[in-house]
Design a protein around this ligand. Structure first.
Ligand SMILES: [Zn+2]
Length: 315
């Protein structure tokens, strides 16, 4: 036993004193620090921040998978006589591939299974007579955004829910409670927000990152960055919805109305358009900041679009 531990210890020492392994660790660490710096220094560029955080998140997963694979390879290869001579290089290469593979397999699994699980949980139905205009609107916007075959699903629930589900059957789900609470323009704004999540692949990302962050439960970095990525994605979807409909204020008013309703049931936490839980570990930005940003966008659009004093003839 002591012999075995000694051999493993030697193997680990040889591994972690090899420049090859250290270079990979420092490249990963350096890239993470650089991305974090660019993130912090670009406070309001939602699109850039989403990409940076997504890359950071992927690097974190890679980093931990690499450490785990390195350890496993060291333990399993330590008994081989040839390990000291040139085994380290092979082990590092193996660990890099294993880390990629783990990340890819986990992501693929979550991607395929996650969306199906959400559809099953909420059991949406086809739009009825009264909801047909929403379906037509979804199809029109999806078409103009280059999204194919997006379905509208109606969820018969009192709570105001709106969510985007990716995967093989991309869908926007809205609850009857939401349709009852909002007026036409607000509904359009909310549905457009969800379509923007589909366009930005946020829906799949959300499911993937939920599963991965559970797998990486020990990683403080992902505990902080996973919610941060989602908050940035919310801001971005809000902004794109406002620009697409031309009425960011309608989305702001919809959010305020939804927030005034009782909190959604636990099943809907983390996937609907709004959640009352806030703070650093929440996946939702504070309501106030979302509304402020939407209203500034509204001012900007009306200042750019029409001379001051011109009347708006939209109904
Ligand atoms: Zn959203």
């Amino acid at each position: 036993m002591a012999d075995l531990l000694g051999t493993i210890g030697e193997a680990l020492l040889a591994y972690w004193s090899s420049p090859f392994a250290l270079i990979i660790l420092s490249v990963a660490g350096g890239s993470m620090a650089t991305l974090a710096y660019v993130f912090v220094s670009n406070a309001r560029n939602a699109k850039l921040r989403v990409s940076l955080l997504t890359a950071l998140y992927a690097l974190t997963i890679f980093f931990w998978s690499f450490l785990a694979a390195s350890f496993l390879l060291c333990v399993s290869a330590s008994g081989m006589v040839a390990y000291r001579a040139n085994g380290v290089r092979a082990a590092v290469t193996g660990a890099v591939f294993a880390a990629y593979l783990v990340t890819a397999v986990l992501s693929w699994f979550a991607w395929r299974r996650g969306s199906a699980a959400i559809l099953k949980r909420f059991a949406p139905r086809e739009a009825g007579e009264d909801e047909r205009w929403v379906r037509d609107y979804v199809e029109a916007v999806a078409g103009s955004e280059g999204l194919r075959d997006v379905r509208l699903g109606i969820v018969d629930r009192e709570e105001p829910l709106a969510m985007a589900v990716g995967g093989t059957r991309p869908s926007v789900l809205v609850s009857t409670g939401l349709l009852a609470a909002l007026d036409g323009q607000e509904t359009q704004a909310v549905v457009t927000h969800e379509l923007m999540h589909l366009r930005n692949h946020d829906a799949q990302f959300k499911v993937v990152s939920t599963i991965l962050s559970r797998a990486l439960f020990f990683d403080p970095f992902s505990k902080f960055f996973d919610p941060a990525v989602h908050r940035e994605r919310e801001y971005l979807a809000d902004e794109m919805s406002g620009r697409t409909t031309g009425r960011p204020a309608a989305l702001a008013s919809a959010l305020v109305k939804i927030a005034a309703k009782p909190a959604p049931s636990k099943a809907a936490w983390g996937i609907s358009i709004y959640s009352p839980r806030g703070g650093m570990f929440s996946r939702y930005p504070p309501l106030r900041e979302r509304v402020d940003r939407l209203l500034s966008l509204s001012e900007l659009l009306s200042a750019n679009g029409e001379p001051i004093g011109a009347s708006r003839s939209q109904s």
